[in-house]
Design a binder for this molecule. Sequence first.
Ligand code: AMP
Length: 418
Amino acid sequence: MTIDQFNFAGKKAFVRVDFNVPLDENFNITDDTRMRAALPTLKKILADGGSIIIGSHLGRPKGVTDKFSLKHILKHLNELLGVEVQFANDCMSEEAAVKAAALKPGEVLLLENLRFYAEEEGKPRGLAEDATDEEKAAAKKAVKESQKEFTKKLASYADCYVNDAFGTAHRAHASTALIAKYFDKDNKMFGYLMEKEVKAVDKVLNDIHRPFTAIMGGSKVSSKIEIIENLLNKVDNLIIAGGMTYTFTKAMGGNIGLSICEDDKLDLALDLMKKAKDKGVNLVLAVDAKVADSFSNDANTKYCNVNEIPDGWEGLDIGPKTEELFANVIKGSKTILWNGPTGVFEFENFTHGSRAVADAIVEATKNGAFSLVGGGDSVACINKFGLADQVSYVSTGGGALLEAIEGKILPGIAAINE
Ligand code: AMP
């Protein structure tokens, strides 16, 4: 079922959203992007004449914690929706069940943080540090058992289930995946946000217009191995940027000075290079670097060849020759995936490379390429540059997007499609 086909008139919808927004010390929301992202889905349900039970998590509580209460976002949700949203301060309480049952068309009930219950994640809590393997296994079994009741109760509040929480689609949690089995195919669906995310991922994994270029940045090769390996089966060009660069440079015998490097991944870097060659993938590595004499924005800087970094200096961004090299590859592409900055973009003086990549992506997009930016810091980058609306899609999912690109089946998506 798709959300557009579904008529919510007179129906109660359980909508799993990702309202895991950042809060300051006074519980003010510092970035409401995730809340806004769910509005089209919520508004469609209300416009149809349906009512909504909203489920979400906030943070990583290990039990009931005021700091992670969703009551902090209630006022803002009222404003965004233009509806007086009701609140149930315990998602399993009699009060929650009564309020859900009494919902009339156009009404909305926000449940308290689902992760106040261990059952949401299905992971045991409060185990002693010295717990034996048997104790751990028993605790796990117990929480999995009670998770069934938890999930069933959440499902009982509603007639249909809508998953609009792409950020947690890679988790097989009660409200993100397990709950779906209590609804038949005609009564469960993705929300609009989730639909857009699934389509965007599908375009870079299955509906590829060539050439396809992936730009992988970030700090460590080790955290990106699986993605790189999966992408080697898909892309025409693989650009390696960011801190990962220096592991490759060192593996090839270059001098990298104090640059970040994973010495135990040198063989892996060479292996990835060989795999790229065998598969006919054009692996594009940096040729020069902007180096600094300390890890700070105010460090002295200069440019040098990437394999000739002087002792005492470290590469904190790509240099101008590399910017041009990367930009040319990107501009000639029809499908583009960008994950991870080219340098330490948190320091103003080392954002230039990431900006050059972003500009090239924008230009390619204007010329008809499909561009997907996502998976953590590249999203912060594109937002910092104010260019988010000039690429095809900026994903809201960090880990979820990365796992999807790794080629994994995301439980939140599978549960709806099953
Ligand atoms: P990731 O979370 O793996 O995408 O990595 C993003 C982080 O990589 C950012 O915090 C960057 O500051 C960092 N990074 C990028 N390039 C470098 C570099 N040359 N040296 C150290 N850190 C880097």
